[in-house]
Design a protein around this ligand. Structure first.
Ligand SMILES: NC(=O)c1ccc[n+]([C@@H]2O[C@H](COP(=O)([O-])OP(=O)(O)OC[C@H]3O[C@@H](n4cnc5c(N)ncnc54)[C@H](O)[C@@H]3O)[C@@H](O)[C@H]2O)c1
Length: 271
């Protein structure tokens, strides 16, 4: 198990889903965790869960769409805990109404495109921009960004979301290249569909089944499977891993696109 003992970690979007699971796991592994989110109640709920379990955590409102907000959160980590070792740039615009409108590039509403880029790309960049100087003052650090399999291979909808995640991959590699010699590592996790309370609430069951069929594993991962990858990348066990975009996808991207249909074909032929 990768220890994070003595580390100071800040997580964006820690009030729900993957961010919440990462905050809890990092605290279990010994980190002091600053749980930030746009939503003060959910951020505090995550921090309270950690404290009740005996960990060290506090909540702070941070809107990754606002440079002042990110700057203040990182400054708070430094003042309160003496520095920042880990940033999990996790938050993204996940509003189902926005995602529903991000369907067809030929009918793209500019506001949808701009909001997606402003939160996902600009927010991730701002996290890096302000975490890097803090980490340099500490003698090094680790940034783990949250990409998506949609940033690595195309889907039939979500063009803005996918482009934003591809940009996050590029930011990840840039930070690794530019700051690696000064002790900062930067990686990204690229989850496939992960069942969180939010995704489970709006993704129809047949579409979830299609995603299970597209994976090599018999199940879809949950927030914990992603959190485990993030905690590993953030730990010293991953000290020689940087600039990497790690699919956390049950093998979805490693197969020929024909695999699910071929599986059905051979099953039918055998019956
Ligand atoms: N769930 C999936 O299937 C899936 C798959 C691939 C990638 N991802 C990525 O994982 C990350 C987390 O996704 P999730 O499914 O856990 O989402 P979620 O909606 O459960 O949680 C996202 C959290 O981010 C917060 N948030 C939203 N906008 C914010 C902002 N501007 N500033 C600060 N916080 C903000 C929300 O309040 C929420 O607590 C996202 O980057 C998402 O794109 C998710």
């Amino acid at each position: 198990m990768s220890s994070l003992k003595g580390k100071v970690a800040m997580i964006t979007g820690a009030g729900s889903g993957i961010g919440q699971a990462t905050a809890k796991l990092m605290a279990e592994r010994g980190a002091s965790v600053l749980c930030t989110d746009l939503n003060p109640e959910t951020a505090e709920a995550t921090a309270a869960m950690i404290r009740e379990a005996g960990g060290i955590a506090e909540s702070l409102v941070c809107d990754i769409g606002s440079e002042d907000s990110i700057k203040a959160a990182i400054a708070h980590a430094e003042t309160r805990y003496g520095g920042l070792d880990i940033l999990h740039n996790n938050a993204a615009l996940q509003d189902p109404k926005v995602l529903a409108k991000d369907a067809d590039i030929a009918a793209m509403e500019i506001d949808i495109w701009d909001r997606t880029m402003a939160v996902n790309v600009r927010g991730t960049m701002l996290g890096c921009k302000h975490a890097i100087p803090a980490m340099l003052r500490r003698g090094g650090g680790v940034i783990v960004n949250t990409s998506s399999t949609y940033g690595l291979a195309a889907y039939i909808s979500l063009p803005a979301y996918s482009a934003s995640k591809a940009a996050i991959n590029s930011i990840t590699q840039h930070v690794a290249a530019a700051y690696g010699k000064r002790g900062i590592r930067c990686n990204a996790v690229a989850p496939a569909l992960v069942l969180t309370p939010l995704t489970a609430s709006f993704i129809p069951k047949p579409l979830i089944d299609i995603n299970v069929d597209g994976a090599c594993t018999p199940f879809l991962g949950g927030p914990l499977e992603v959190a485990q990858a993030v905690a590993f990348l953030a730990s010293d066990d991953a000290r020689f891993i940087t600039g990497h975009i790690l699919p956390v996808d049950g093998g979805t991207l490693c197969t020929q696109p024909t695999v699910p249909a071929s599986r059905s074909f051979f099953a039918q032929a055998a019956s």
